[in-house]
Design a protein around this ligand. Structure first.
Ligand code: C5P
Length: 229
């Protein structure tokens, strides 16, 4: 049994205001992308990684891991779902794909292991790392966006993280169906749910943040230093 990691990295990361895609910012002397790849490849069952890169990406080919035999690169698309589709559709139908954001370097090998345990669970199509919502959740008014409409129950609400683990064939068909029907696909699970697959929630470490805003960088540096201990 083995798994291929799929890393969508074709976004341009405008919310970081960094002048380059966020996965190429450095923490402790390495790009965020290199930390992310190291985290994925640290699990013994992950034997290959496919990166979906922006067609104009000139930084990726200069990075130290670019020529490694465990790495291949496909062209990303206009949205995350297209980038993931371009990568997973190159895999055999029955291969397991572990899709993980380039911008989530603080992933622990324990969390990967918890998710990969689902490969033996025939009651579900796959699953995702997630954390229960902590704060009280407010729904904003539909037209007055700064005014509370009502409070949502947080009882059964989770934050969806990555990695997300599915069979490459089922995920490919689900994303194709979602793109055709106009379903909102912001992660792999949303495409799988929309075509009726059972997706398991696996409680993961909240340190596995997606670097989105500049203030996330020192936090990620702290979590990475903790993981290294
Ligand atoms: O923008 P956001 O933080 O949601 O992006 C999540 C991940 O999806 C990032 O790693 C980003 O590079 C990737 N992405 C992509 N192709 C796009 C848009 C985003 O691979 N067209």
């Amino acid at each position: 049994l083995s798994v291929t990691a799929v890393v969508p990295a074709a976004g341009i990361g405008t919310r970081m205001q960094a002048g380059k895609p966020k996965q190429y910012l450095e923490i402790a002397g390495k790009t965020i992308l290199e930390h992310t790849l190291n985290a994925l490849m640290a699990h013994p069952l992950v034997n290959h990684t496919i990166i979906a890169a922006h067609p104009d990406d000139t930084i990726l080919p200069t990075l130290p891991f670019y020529k490694k035999s465990w790495l291949s690169v496909v062209q990303g698309g206009s949205e995350r779902a297209h980038s993931v589709l371009n990568a997973v559709s190159t895999l055999p139908e029955t291969a397991w794909a572990l899709v993980h954001d380039a911008a989530r370097p603080c992933l622990s090998v324990d969390d990967i292991g918890k998710l990969l345990a689902l490969m033996k669970d025939e009651s579900v199509a796959g699953g995702i790392l997630a954390t229960p919502v902590r704060d009280t959740m407010k729904r904003a008014h539909p037209t007055k966006s700064q005014i509370v409409s009502h409070t949502e129950s947080r009882e059964s609400l989770w934050h969806a993280l990555t990695p997300q683990l599915f069979k490459a064939g089922e995920l490919t068909h689900a994303i194709q169906a979602g793109l055709t029907s106009g379903t909102l696909i912001t992660d792999e699970a949303s495409a799988m749910e929309a075509v009726g697959h059972q997706v398991k929630l696996v409680a993961g470490n909240p340190a596995n943040i997606k670097i989105t805003h500049p203030e996330d960088l020192p936090l990620a540096a702290f979590y990475l230093s903790q993981l290294a201990q």
